[in-house]
Unconditional design. Sequence first.
Length: 327
Amino acid sequence: MTAASVLPWQQARWDRVQRLRGGARLPHALLVSGPGGTGEGRFADVLMQALLCTAATERAPCGECHACHEYTAGTHPDAVRIDPEEPGKAIGIDRIRELTGRLNLTSGGRSKVARIEPAESMTLAAANSLLKTLEEPPGDSVLLLVSERPGRLPATVRSRCQRITFGLPERDSALAWLQEQPEMEQPEYWLDRAGGAPLRALEMAAAGFDETPLVSALVQALGEGRIDRGAIDAGSALPLSRSIPVLATAVEDMIRLRSASDPPLRLPLERRRLGEAAAKVDVRALFDYLDELRRSIPGPSSALRADIQWHGLLADAAETGRGRRNR
């Protein structure tokens, strides 16, 4: 069995965690966060396995011991995973009570490791129920909270965790990793399409996902103040968790283009179109619309139909394009 390992751009943070472990100073609660597509979940997974690995001298999981085999098979009794019962749904208080109960079970003196992902999907009641466990975890248990949007977690939860935060990796590092992946063609193209997030680039390449129609819909709405059937269709069939981040990234690039002469962009292949649209719109309107997009990413309990919300976001963009021209 090949031992699991962190990604190259995560090595510095991994080394810091291992120094804490070596000095018996590893916190009982860690919040592992990043923008998505950078491997924050993988980092937590490798750390979880390493904490359970029984190899006496290894700080990374050995991949060979009985504990590693159990962990890989998903049968390790001391590995607790808490996630939504259905994708996109909330983590309710019953799931956190389940976590607390399992952590309190004795297991021959062995410590347990729990992982909550995505942590921001906990309901407020669930998050409040977790507070005491974060403050005083049973025994030597370690809790890993994994989140792409840590700002959605209550401050009371964030303040009880030590943060391990990832940003976008250096381009050279991301490209080198992508070039090593089997069947990965045009890594530079897909990395640009993914806004610099290598794991997202890999996923997009495998799915053939192209955000160009989404950008076109935004450019038409903001730059021309109108929408057509093609713009509506571009995002109606996609989950909002995929379409809204594309719009937000494009608007962020528009703001960058308004603020500097030749800024680095998350969507460099769209520089010309985004620049032309941005030049027509008041920069304050761009900031206002970006705030709206960030608020519109659906929560786990949202019942609003994706196609209706997508149409509404485009209508607001068109209204912005018509009503708040650059001055």
